[in-house]
Write a protein that binds this ligand. Structure first.
Ligand code: PXG
Length: 470
C-alpha cells in the first residue's frame, strides 16, 4: 500500500462519514432501511487487485469494482492521462461541429480494434445511456429504411442492460420491471440460455443451445418479423449470474437474426476490453458472432472515469450516415475529453502490456482450473465460467440439487462471509460470481480461491447453525 493512503488532514473520521452516508445518501439497488441499520462499508484505497476499507481491512477485489477495473487500482498512467488532459482542456463538447483531440483519437483507435467492420462510434457516459442510444439508433435505422413498423427490441429474461427507462425496459429483470410500470412498449423478452434451469434430462449442450436459440425464432414469428427491429444479448450474461451460453447458441442466434433481417446487438459493457481475453466478447470462439451494433462502457476506462458508447457496423452506419441528416440525440458529456484521454491510456496499456493475450493463454485457463476446485466443497456445485468470469451455485443438497429457499439468504450470507474473509464476491440469488482484474497474478487468484473457500466454510457453518442444512 502506498503512503498516500492515509486520510487527508482534516478529513472526518470514517464512522461520522458512514453515519452521514446512512442519513443522506440514497444508494443504487439498496434498501434505505437496511442501510440505516447496517451502515455501508467505506472503501478508502485501492492498489493493484486489492482495496482497503476505513477500518484497515485489506480485501481482494475479485469483482473488479463492478466488472470494470480491468487494469486494477493505482495505475499511474491512467491518473497521469487524466491530470494532463484536465490541465490542457478539462471540458469541451462534441456538438455543433466541434470535437477534441482525445475524442477524435479514441474514435479512431476504437475503429481499429472493433469487430465486424465497425468503423464508427457514438460516445455516451455509461452503459445505460449506450443502450438507450442504441435503441434510438436501431429505431431510426428502420424508419430510414422505410420500415417504420420494425420497432420491437427483443432481449432475454434476467438480462441487465442498465437502469434508464429504455435500458431497464430492454433488460429482463423482473424486480426492475415491477417498479414504475416497465417495460415500456416495444420491448420483448425470451428465456435466457440457462441450462441448469431449462435444460432437459439427457439433452446435450449443443442440442440445448439450438433449442434455446429457437426461442428467438418462435418469438420473431409470433410478433411478425416485419415488427422486430433487433435482438440484444451479452456474450456472457454478467449481472444475470455469469450465464455462459451453450456452445453454438450465439452463432445460431446470428443465423436466425439474418434469416429475418433483424439487427443483432452485442452488449459488451461487461465482456468488452479483455474480460473474455479479446477486445470484445463476441470475438471469443465460444461466442463467434459479428453483431451489427455493439455497446460498451466500464472496462473502456478500467472504471477510472465514466465513459460508454455504441460501435456501429456498416449496415447501420451506411444508412444513418447518408440518408438521415441530423441524429437528434446526445449528451453534454458525449466524448468528454478527460474520459477519452483515460480510455486511450487504458487501451494503450492493454495493448502494450499484452494483457488480452496473457488472459487468453494463461490467466483465464488458470482461473477456470482453480475455481473449478471450489465445486468440491459441500455447499458448492455447477461451476461455470468463461475468460475472467466464473460462477458457482450454492446448494442445500448438492447431490439432489436441492436449492435453498430464499429466506435462507444463502447468497447474501456467502457474500458477507467473503467480505469477512477478505475477498469481494457477488451474489445473484444462490449463484456466487467473480470477475477478477485482468492483471491479477496466479498468486492473487490462489489467494482469492483460498479466501472463497474459507467463506464457503463459514457460510456452511452459519446455515447449519440456523437449521437450513442437516
Ligand atoms: N449493460 C450491461 C451488460 C451491464 O452489465 C449496463 C449495461 C449498464 O451500465 P451502467 O454504466 O449504466 O451501469 C451494465 C451494468 C451488478 C451490476 O451488480 C452490474 C452492472 C451495473 C451495476 C451493478 O452486477 N452492469
Amino acid at each position: 500500500m502506498n503512503p498516500a493512503a492515509a486520510p487527508p488532514q482534516g478529513a472526518q473520521p470514517a464512522q461520522a462519514l458512514q453515519a452521514a452516508d446512512a442519513a443522506h445518501h440514497l444508494h443504487p439497488f439498496s434498501d434505505p432501511q437496511q442501510l440505516r441499520e447496517h451502515p455501508p462499508r467505506m472503501i478508502v484505497h485501492g492498489e493493484g487487485v486489492r482495496i482497503r476499507d476505513a477500518q484497515g481491512h485489506e480485501i481482494l477485489d475479485a469483482m473488479s469494482g463492478l466488472w470494470c477495473v480491468n487494469l486494477g487500482y493505482g495505475r499511474v498512467d491512467l491518473v497521469e492521462a487524466a491530470r494532463a488532459q484536465m490541465h490542457e482542456l478539462p471540458y469541451y463538447n462534441t456538438f455543433f461541429q466541434t470535437t477534441t483531440r482525445p475524442a477524435a483519437q479514441l474514435a479512431a483507435e476504437l475503429a481499429g480494434i472493433a469487430p465486424a467492420g465497425m468503423r464508427q462510434v457514438f460516445f455516451t457516459e455509461s452503459g445505460s445511456t449506450a443502450n438507450d442510444t442504441m435503441v434510438r439508433m436501431v429505431r431510426r435505422y428502420w424508419d430510414l429504411m422505410g420500415q417504420p413498423r420494425r420497432k420491437i427490441l427483443i432481449s432475454r429474461r434476467n438480462a441487465y442492460h442498465g437502469s434508464t427507462l429504455g435500458a431497464a425496459s430492454l433488460g429482463g429483470m423482473p424486480d426492475m420491471h415491477a417498479q414504475g410500470d416497465l417495460p415500456l412498449p416495444g420491448f420483448e423478452h425470451i428465456e435466457q440460455p440457462y441450462r441448469l434451469q431449462l435444460g432437459r434430462p439427457g439433452e446435450s449442450e449443443a442440442d440445448f443451445g439450438l433449442r434455446a436459440a429457437s426461442w428467438l425464432e418462435q418469438r420473431i414469428l409470433e410478433l411478425g418479423a416485419e415488427r422486430v427491429a433487433a435482438f440484444v444479448m451479452e456474450p456472457v450474461q454478467g449481472a444475470g449470474g455469469v450465464i455462459v451460453p451453450p456452445a453454438g447458441y450465439a452463432r445460431e442466434i446470428q443465423r436466425i437474426c439474418r434469416r429475418h433481417g433483424v439487427l443483432l446487438v452485442s452488449d459488451e459493457v461487461i465482456c468488452g476490453f479483455g474480460r473474455l481475453g479479446h477486445w470484445f466478447g463476441c470475438q471469443h470462439e465460444h461466442i463467434g458472432i459479428e453483431p451489427d451494433l455493439l455497446t460498451f462502457a466500464k472496462g473502456v476506462t478500467s472504471g477510472y472515469l465514466p465513459l460508454g458508447g455504441v460501435l456501429v457496423g456498416p449496415r447501420v452506419a451506411e444508412v444513418l450516415g447518408t440518408r438521415g441528416g441530423e441524429f437528434a440525440h446526445g449528451f453534454t458529456y458525449s466524448g468528454h475529453p478527460v474520459c477519452c484521454a483515460v480510455a486511450l491510456a487504458n487501451l494503450h496499456a492493454l495493448r502494450d502490456e499484452q494483457v488480452l493475450e496473457r488472459v487468453r493463454t494463461g490467466l483465464a485457463p488458470y482461473l477456470q482450473r482453480r475455481f473449478a476446485k471450489l465445486g468440491q466443497h459441500e455447499l458448492a456445485g455447477d461451476v461455470d465460467g468463461l475468460g475472467m468470469t466464473a460462477a458457482l451455485v450454492l446448494w442445500r443438497d448438492k447431490r439432489r440439487r436441492e436449492p435453498f429457499p430464499p429466506e435462507a439468504a444463502a447468497g447474501l450470507r456467502c457474500r458477507d462471509a467473503c467480505f469477512d474473509a477478505g475477498v469481494v464476491m457477488r451474489a445473484v440469488g444462490s449463484r456466487m460470481i467473480i470477475a477478477p482484474p485482468l492483471v491479477s497474478t496466479e498468486a492473487d487468484i490462489d489467494q482469492m480461491i483460498e479466501r472463497i473457500g474459507t467463506a464457503l466454510d463459514a457460510t456452511l457453518l452459519g446455515l447449519r447453525r440456523d437449521g437450513w442444512m442437516a
